[in-house]
Ligand binder design. Sequence first.
Ligand SMILES: *Cc1c(COP(=O)(O)O)cnc(C)c1O
Length: 432
Amino acid sequence: MVSTTLKTTKSEEIFAAAQKIMPGGVSSPVRAFKSVGGQPIVFDRVKGAYIWDVDGNQYIDYVGTWGPAICGHAHPDVIGALHDALEKGTSFGAPCYLENVLAEMVIDAVPSIEMVRFVNSGTEACMAVLRLMRAFTGREKVIKFEGCYHGHADMFLVKAGSGVATLGLPDSPGVPKSATSSTLTAPYNDLEAVKALFAENPNEIAGVILEPVVGNAGFILPDAGFLEGLREITKENGALLVFDEVMTGFRIAYGGAQAKFGITPDLTTLGKVIGGGLPVGAYGGRQDIMAMVAPAGPVYQAGTLSGNPLAMTAGIKTLELLQKAGTYEQLERVTKKLAEGLLCAAKETGHATCGGSLSAMFGMFLTEGPVHNYEDAKKSDTAKFGKFHRGMLERGIYLAPSQFEAGFTSLAHTDEDIDRTIAAARDVFSSL
Ligand SMILES: *Cc1c(COP(=O)(O)O)cnc(C)c1O
């Protein structure tokens, strides 16, 4: 392999200055390298499967700006469409035809969505969907799963995944007890725990929200029957089932995890891919529930920049690219090859590991496994992961700086990129 001495002088300078003017030097905690050691690298530009840092180093990227870059970074069709849209202005604060276009694409694609509301982030979508769940059912309690992440709103910062898991933070200070007293938690893949919560709280639970495939506690698949079971239990108890597909939407399949597994929730949240790299989130679902959202109904939710023409344009172009024949087959094939190669490299060099992939999402835990929930995931050797992460970075491979994040591939990742990545992993693992 190439040189293992990575020069990141400019990154270090910029990050040192950033730390004095922004908390932790970053605009979002998962970008810091706290759990893997070392300092984050500062990007200069992205294209296809690659990123370049401010020191001119090139990396193969498996973060894909945390999910949106499924067609590859800065796809020429997306950039071209954005150039055209830019000429017409960046925000109208009034209806825009592009909202209809993206709404129709989302409704056609996602089985549960009959009506949709656009917002600016996944966090916003999840906050709004919880308000709607409560308003529709007239109940306050909600069940979430340990290690699942639904954005940073107060009500969801209970045993949350993503940066909360990465940094090993207790549930955040500043969140009032009253905000989380109605948030019940269960281990992922544990139907009995969910049944017990419903039995203990009769007619009080508005619904269940989950990542149908977990990406924020590392990559964890639902066990056979888990999603089906949740669908039955919620129905029996007059509660709503909500799939948070901010990560899995248009990634696991064009219609999301719900299309892949054939389970239709009542409501769905989206983000990441539908914004094509611009800030977009959305929530949608059954027409009778969505009709409660203002101004059609009384449940208030609003946004100055929501549905803005630039974000809609990037989303529309990205979905158009994903509609082409064979895209998900290609994503599935490339990602499977990568996941299998990484697991094989670890095992053959004597490291306990488990993991896998589904469509364009993958993950690898440094523990024997199997991993069915966050408790299992926490058995991973995070110190070893930190060294692995550093070794990969030095070999030009950019992985999420946390054991508790899924990895993402794109249509731009070639077989050669995958081969290089696996070779680098073998090299690093044999040195650990
Ligand atoms: C990323 C993510 C969110 C939060 O979305 P933001 O756009 O970062 O606010 C919510 N839920 C899931 C499942 C996510 O992966």
